[in-house]
Design a protein around this ligand. Structure first.
Ligand SMILES: *[C@@H]1O[C@H](CO)[C@@H](O)[C@H](O)[C@H]1NC(C)=O
Ligand SMILES: *[C@@H]1O[C@H](CO)[C@@H](O)[C@H](O)[C@H]1NC(C)=O
Length: 520
């Protein structure tokens, strides 16, 4: 109890300090990584880290945050919503309207003579009355590797690190995936965050004595005599975390179950065929959790690649459809995204369960020669594309993998080095924020829990990757990515007579918060 009181006192001091500090954001301390074709990284240490605060747009206005390959990082700009005068609409003849659609779709009369090609113009229409899933949030994973790197920083740099992800002047992450015992990092994150940070926990391999191959890696399944033991193990884990005042919001039914039913998995795994997994959930894991004091813990099934979701869900359903009574959702990994995102909408339509993306990183495959690609905008772009695709297909949240790694993409006992949004240079007591960090932030910072996705319609020949939500304040928030190496001109219709106009820089991403609540 004593320590909790001390915690509260510190919270009050820090919170009031952040209220009195000026609203001016600290800019990115940019470092050119010195490799052709790469973007910049932003350098943080014990004394400095760039910050980002969300501006509340006044009624009738919008705020734009831009990041780009050319080096912008959350650059803020402001604009006013425009109205189409009724009269000018009425005057248009049919012929003129057709001509206009062909030459410059969706633009005003005044711009009809604009030479900009139809290939550079995009016109989108937000349909706020067509509402879809509620968003749960965004976050990263507290892995062993992340905790090891983080703990090598000085105390002050550790605080800046947590704040830049979870704090009100950081990305405001509100989801964490936990793999093992990482309590200090989790507690500090929850402490820094302005809202509840929900935790998803996932097991990889059980103790080897429970496994058919008695090894951590490779082709191995749970021995049937330990089905209940392993379910109890999950409950025990939730109980122990609860004793440490950390609530587990959701568990997955095993990380990447495919790895233990193929022969070559080089890292910790447990294999499940769909029928095995369905029976274990129905007979052991499901009842154990539901009959416990932790009966509200969500159970997320599959936790594997997009192209395996049908294999598992349909296979489990066929073997034992009762498993569906115990699961609350489907967890999805990033590495199979060559499979179409439409798969997710199909699963949404068939099962109506929540879907959460629980792991993503760049550079994990044997053919990725560069595990870490410092300053890579391409990797940020791929994150943005994937998040947009997932959310547009009913996914409710997105969790990045390692919150940080070392400059080699480790440590990793199985040499499974990969990239991360933040790299820690322990000997310099410094960490750098890669473009992927900002990619995550364009969503996590501006799409708070409880936002609701709404439909967007294309009204031009060209389009840009996009997403629209209504946030809990009633504002429209859009994330738009321009993958082209040229400027694009964007008009977004937010109601029949109200619209905004923007120029999208080459290879850029924008988050736009639009306040069209004129009565408020
Ligand atoms: C054409 O329209 C775009 C966007 O509406 C504007 O930014 C640009 O300056 C215009 N060009 C000319 C030549 O008027
Ligand atoms: C879930 O657990 C809580 C706390 O132990 C208990 O009060 C509640 O009745 C349980 N709910 C169900 C549906 O079993």
């Amino acid at each position: 109890m004593g320590s909790r009181l001390v915690f509260t006192a510190i919270a009050v001091i820090l919170y009031s300090a952040s209220l009195t500090s000026s609203a001016e954001d600290l800019p990115c301390r940019a470092r050119d990584v010195g490799i052709k074709g790469r973007s910049i990284v932003c350098v943080c240490d014990a004394n400095y880290c760039d910050t980002i605060t969300r501006e509340d747009p006044a009624p009738g206005t919008f705020v734009v945050y831009t990041s780009s390959n050319a080096g912008k990082r959350f650059e803020k700009t402001f604009g006013e919503i425009k109205s189409t005068p009724r009269s000018s609409r009425m005057k248009q003849t049919k012929r003129k309207r057709i001509l206009k659609t062909l030459t410059s779709p969706g633009l005003d009369e005044s711009e009809e003579n604009n030479e900009t090609s139809v290939w550079s113009r995009v016109n989108l229409r937000v349909q706020t009355n067509l509402r879809h899933q509620y968003i749960e949030g965004f976050g990263g994973s507290v892995t062993d590797a992340a905790a090891i790197n983080w703990r090598k920083l000085s105390d002050a740099a550790q605080f800046r690190f947590i704040d830049t992800y979870f704090g009100p002047e950081g990305l405001e992450y509100n989801l964490i995936q936990d793999y093992f015992l990482k309590l200090p990092m989790i507690r500090r994150s929850q402490f820094a965050a302005p809202t509840e940070v929900k935790i998803v926990a996932s097991t990889w391999s059980p103790p080897i004595w429970m496994k058919s191959n008695e090894r951590i890696t490779g082709f191995g399944q749970l021995r049937p005599e330990f089905y209940q033991t392993f379910a109890d193990y999950h409950l025990r884990f939730i109980e122990e975390y609860s004793k440490a005042h950390v609530k587990i919001w959701a568990i997955t039914t095993t990380n990447e179950p495919i790895n233990g039913i193929v022969p070559w998995a080089p890292f910790n795994s447990l294999g499940w065929t769909p029928p095995q997994l369905a029976r274990w959930i129905t007979n052991n894991l499901g009842p154990t959790i539901r009959k416990s004091p932790f009966n509200d813990t969500l159970i997320l099934a599959v936790d594997d690649q997009r192209y395996l979701l049908h294999f598992y869900m349909l296979g489990m359903e066929k073997a034992d459809p009762k498993f569906l009574d115990y699961i609350d959702g489907i967890a999805i990994h990033y590495y199979g995204n060559f499979a179409p995102a439409q798969i997710l909408t199909e699963l949404h339509n068939r099962y109506g369960k929540m879907m959460l993306s629980t792991e993503a990183c760049e550079g994990p495959m044997p053919w990725h020669l560069l595990k870490v690609e410092v300053g890579s905008w391409r990797r940020a772009r791929r994150y943005i594309t994937s998040i947009l695709e997932d959310l547009n297909n009913f996914v409710v949240g997105w969790i990045d993998w390692n919150l940080c790694l070392d400059p080699e993409g480790g440590p990793n006992w199985a040499d499974n080095f990969v990239d991360a949004a933040i790299l820690v240079y322990a000997e310099k007591d410094e960490f750098i924020k890669q473009p992927m960090y900002y990619a995550m932030g364009h969503f996590s910072k501006f799409i708070p829990r409880g936002s609701r996705r709404v439909a967007v319609r294309r009204r031009s020949i060209m389009t840009l990757e996009n997403l629209a939500v209504l946030n809990p304040r009633g504002n429209i928030v859009m994330v738009i990515q321009n993958r082209y190496r040229r400027e694009m001109y964007l008009q977004i219709q937010i109601s029949p007579r109200r619209y905004i106009e923007l120029t999208m820089e080459p290879e850029s991403v924008k988050t736009i918060e639009i306040n069209d609540n004129l009565n408020s």
